[in-house]
Design a protein around this ligand. Structure first.
Ligand code: BDR
Ligand code: CA
Length: 318
């Protein structure tokens, strides 16, 4: 089994990613940590606990992390994910509470206890991972792999013309994480914007009879509202975090994912938060570049939404 710690800002697509992973027989989630982003980190933890309850997995520890980036900024996104972060579904308070240990400390502790076997999946801003790296500079040797949903390489940004939201929220942290030398798989908008959930998928989720699937169909309403209004002009939405989760789980094998030097623009100009990956080798099969540690997922085969819906429809009752 692959052991994952998931760092997230739950969030509609974060909830989909968690429910996808909770139904994955090849994955064990050892802990979930939360960060500001789609909503504040405390609400993200409560949302995570709600999702775990729905899946009958309240045994998984949830730890609250960074409430803002190190500059003290926290851009939240209620217009995308609803004022409660879960599509304005305003679910009752979860029966369980987050643990007392702060997110970054929990990441470091679990990595030390299980050297070489933990896979980090980060689907929010990278503040908790960067903090963990400062707490434990040996962390790159303790962790097996890091997968992040974030960035935009050949695709435009979504938070700004150059920058994707997770990186935009904390470019300095993203730079620390990408420069740490550990093996990273970055799943940027280039891949996630091609994996699109439609109203047909939503209808299947509503009708397949699983409570987990019905919940995801409900929260997709708000996500589709946003995408229709601001992105596609139609009721469909990108599978950002679920795609990264499926790649981290080993369920989706990217079609095009070169390992290339990758960095983040932390300047204060219009490129702030841009992920700059050296994809100049794109016309000759991306020749190996010495010292590169970031595998950039540029393309997947665009069949993932079906897989996601199948998984959610197959979810057992808690
Ligand atoms: C990313 O930003 C958040 O809104 C989503 O949950 C995803 O992690 C997409 O840019
Ligand atoms: Ca997210």
């Amino acid at each position: 089994k692959r052991t994952l710690i998931v760092d997230c800002d739950t969030g509609i697509d974060d909830a989909l990613a968690l429910l996808y992973l909770l139904g994955d027989p090849g994955v064990e989630i050892s802990a979930i940590t939360t960060v500001f982003g789609n909503t504040d980190a405390e609400t993200a933890a409560l949302n995570t606990l709600r999702v775990l309850e729905l899946a009958g997995r309240s045994d998984i520890p949830v730890a609250v992390g960074a409430l803002s980036n190190w500059c003290g900024e926290a851009h939240l996104a209620p217009y995308v994910h609803g004022s409660d972060g879960l599509g304005n579904t305003n679910l009752p308070a979860p029966a369980t509470a987050p643990c007392d240990e702060p997110a970054a400390e929990l990441i470091v502790r679990l990595a030390r206890e299980n050297p070489g076997t933990t896979h980090l999946l980060a689907i929010g801003p990278l503040t908790n991972l960067a903090t963990a790296l400062l707490l434990e500079p040996e962390l790159p040797d303790l962790v097996e792999h890091v997968t992040i949903m974030g960035g935009a390489v050949r695709h435009p940004g979504n938070a700004t013309p150059a920058s994707e939201a997770n990186i935009h929220n904390d470019p300095e942290a993203a730079r620390i994480v990408l420069r740490a030398g550990w093996p990273v798989t970055m799943v940027p908008l280039d891949a996630t914007m091609g994996e699109v959930l439609t109203e047909k998928h939503q209808q299947r989720l509503a009708e397949c009879g699983s409570p987990v699937a019905a919940f995801t169909s409900t929260i997709l309403q708000q996500y589709f509202d946003f995408y229709e209004r601001d992105i596609f002009g139609e009721r469909r939405a990108a599978c950002h975090d679920p795609l990264a989760a499926a790649i981290a789980a080993g369920d989706v094998v990217p079609v095009l994912a070169p390992v290339v030097p990758t960095d983040v623009d932390t300047g204060n100009g219009p490129g702030r938060g841009a992920t700059v990956a050296d994809v100049r080798g794109q016309y000759r099969d991306f020749p190996t570049q010495e010292g590169a540690n970031v595998r950039v997922v540029l393309e997947t085969d665009r069949t993932f939404p079906e897989m996601l819906v199948d998984r959610l429809c197959g979810a057992p009752e808690p």
